[in-house]
Design a protein around this ligand. Structure first.
Ligand code: CTP
Length: 413
């Protein structure tokens, strides 16, 4: 017997990014999902009913009055394994936050007991307006996943946060949320900070001291945290990967820049995971112009000075209840060195990798031991970097105490 296809309701509200939802729909149907598209009436001004019906292979209506005998306004939500709204306009978010139900999509949102994901798209001013942000906070506190919009060119000439993320990235979120099921949004309402990549310490305008970190593990941590419902700030140093959908990506170059961005974001974070390879040293003197080789002369030595230890600073200055996670790349005496580093840096968890030729850098998989300040050691066998990321979030989630930082007093369910 074949297992039934996961049932997805794809809600589409009236934003010009509705055309990108066609690509998300195609990816979902081609990967074996049973998708019912529920547009709002105005969404059909951007992409018409025949397109949705042809791509999903099902009739499409924004109204509760079609096919009433089947009670679609109740049935669709009750039977869904996932409701994914892309794009979600400011108006749709407001209706969802306040429980309004004047069409098929908003009725479906009220009857759904499965995971719900909103992928907002709108102008920057509308996204940043306190009314929209309050609605987003309410939805997140109730357990919905609200992905951060991407930054870039908007409908007009202006740029800023408000774009619908890439459909391929949205599909990854849908896949993750479906895989984790109804109880999977344990980071809902939480703010987490992840650092990724490798810092570059400038020698002169064209040269730097860097490292081999690809950023894959940090990006996997960001992507999985979004799917578990967290608001994610990803501080990314020199990574050649697409921004993960739903995370706010802050690009940085050097260790100093990373320190500034991480410490600022950590102020409101429930957890900080330092997956980045931060250079321990930087050139003492930055040369403003390119160093030239002088004929016949020996090269000048480059004097190094210590960089700030961001993880140790976070460990020493944490807010009560904040969980701090470090990574350690070791070549020898892996566990003993890891335990010593955990204590020295004052973190709650330390993910210890054995590194060496072809063991970690740039590979899609990883093996590690996660050491806890409580003496625990969790072995993670070699597998996808996303699998290790899920274990890290399981351990972080078990250590989080108190109400999420995103939930302010009086914000109800
Ligand atoms: N880290 C940091 N700031 C630095 C250096 C490292 O925040 N200046 C963080 C990394 O992001 C990582 C952890 O510290 O989470 C471990 O980094 P590692 O370089 O292995 O630690 P070191 O203390 O430099 O140890 P070693 O003596 O092995 O170099």
């Amino acid at each position: 017997m074949t297992s039934p296809k996961p049932r997805v309701v794809l809600g589409v509200s009236a934003g010009i990014a509705a055309y990108k939802a066609c690509e998300l729909l195609r990816r979902l149907t081609e990967s074996g999902h049973d998708v019912t598209v529920v547009p709002t009436a105005d969404a059909l001004r951007f992409v018409g009913e025949p397109t949705w019906a042809a791509l999903s292979g099902k009739p499409v209506s924004p109204r509760v009055w079609d096919g009433v005998a089947e009670v679609p306004h109740v049935r669709l939500g009750q039977q869904a394994d996932l409701v994914f709204v892309a794009p979600a306009t400011a108006d749709l978010l407001a209706k969802a936050a306040h429980g309004l139900a004047d069409d098929l999509l908003t009725n479906t949102l009220l009857t759904a007991r499965c995971p719900v994901v909103f992928a907002p798209a709108m102008h920057t001013e509308m996204w940043q307006h306190p009314a929209t942000q309050a609605n987003v906070a309410t939805l997140r506190a109730r357990g919905a996943v609200v992905v951060e919009p991407a930054s870039g060119r908007l409908t007009g000439k202006d740029t800023g946060p408000g774009r619908l993320p890439d459909p391929a990235e949205l599909f990854e979120i849908a896949r993750h949320v479906l895989a984790r099921g109804a109880g999977g949004r344990d980071l809902a309402g939480r703010h987490v900070v992840v650092s990724a990549g490798g810092t570059r310490e400038a020698i002169d305008p064209v040269r730097f001291i860097g490292n081999r970190s690809s950023g894959l593990q940090g990006y996997a941590l960001a992507r999985t945290a979004v799917a578990r419902g967290a608001r994610v700030t990803l501080v990314s140093a020199n990574v050649a990967l697409p921004d993960p959908a739903g995370a706010e990506t802050v690009p940085v170059g050097s260790a100093e820049e990373m320190r500034k961005a991480v410490v600022e974001a950590a102020g409101s974070a429930d957890a900080v995971v330092m997956a980045a390879a931060v250079a321990d040293f930087r050139p003492a003197d930055y040369r403003g112009s390119k160093i030239k080789k002088a004929e016949g002369a020996e090269p000048e030595p480059i004097r190094l000075v210590k960089n700030p230890d961001i993880l140790a600073e976070l460990g020493a200055s944490r807010r009560p209840g904040q969980v701090i996670v470090g990574f350690a790349a070791e070549t020898d005496d892996v566990l003993a060195n890891g335990r010593a580093k955990l204590a020295r840096k004052g973190c709650d968890l330390l993910v210890v990798n054995q590194v060496g030729e072809n063991l970690t850098f740039g590979r899609p998989d990883n093996a590690a031991t996660v050491l806890g300040a409580d003496g625990s050691a969790t072995e993670v066998p070699r597998g996808a970097k996303e699998a290790l990321a899920e274990v890290v979030w399981d351990l972080v989630s078990a250590r989080l105490e108190g109400p999420p930082s995103g939930v302010r007093q009086g914000e109800g369910r």
